[in-house]
Design a protein around this ligand. Structure first.
Ligand code: AMP
Length: 198
């Protein structure tokens, strides 16, 4: 199983909001020979700010479409729209990651707007979460499974929708038990189905 995490919290150069960017990006996968097999619903999450579990004030800084309300220089951390997709891919994991980066660029991700912030606001973030259980950490710019999966409610929750039987390739932890084990008030606390936000 190949799993891709999708996130957006910044309008693109055409003015599209994150809730529009995420479905549009997924709809474009086929153009890049990435076969879409399953797609979660869209979730809204507070940004994880440096040194903290989540931006408690993220809700006030973004509208219900997941777009930041601040100035235009990308300095405001608005809420994220998150989803997880299962995909099919003919090549290897590095080729897929490079294709995901190409899609990010085509959707207007401009790393210069991110101003070196970690984590930074971004128009589109595509993470390779799991590539058929492969374990890779060889300093060539790819770590598999993605090291943050088990700490992120905004990954685990949509992942549970499309792959409830998924297990972490290294620890063997299941997706549902990992979700339940997240600290309350932590990474899963401020996570809502987009449609529930009204
Ligand atoms: P980003 O979160 O998009 O800013 O990614 C930062 C860097 O993480 C990129 O340069 C990727 O090459 C690297 N990276 C390492 N492993 C992964 C992975 N499994 N999925 C996505 N990016 C990865």
């Amino acid at each position: 199983m190949i799993l891709v995490g999708i996130g957006s919290n910044l309008r693109d150069l055409r003015g599209r909001a994150p809730r529009e960017i995420v479905p549009a990006a997924v709809a474009s996968f086929g153009l890049y020979s990435v076969e879409l097999r399953a797609m979660s619903r869209l979730w809204s999450s507070a940004p994880v700010l440096p040194g903290g579990e989540g931006g408690g004030d993220g809700a006030e800084k973004s509208d219900k479409n997941g777009a930041e309300k601040g100035d235009e220089n990308g300095a405001v951390h608005g809420r994220y729209i998150n989803a997880v997709a299962e995909v099919g891919w003919e090549g290897d994991a590095w080729q897929l990651l490079s294709t995901l980066h190409r899609i990010e660029r085509d959707f207007g991700r401009d790393r210069s707007r991110e101003r070196g912030q970690r984590p930074s606001p971004r128009t589109l973030d595509l993470d390779l979460l799991d590539f058929r259980g492969e374990i890779i950490d060889d300093n060539r710019g790819l770590t598999l499974p993605h090291p943050e999966i088990l700490r992120r409610g905004f990954v685990l929750r949509p992942l549970a929708e499309i792959a409830p039987g998924w297990r972490h390739p290294v620890s063997g932890a299941g997706v549902l038990e990992s979700l339940v084990a997240l600290p309350s008030g932590g990474a899963a606390a401020d996570l809502h189905l987009l449609d529930d936000l009204g």
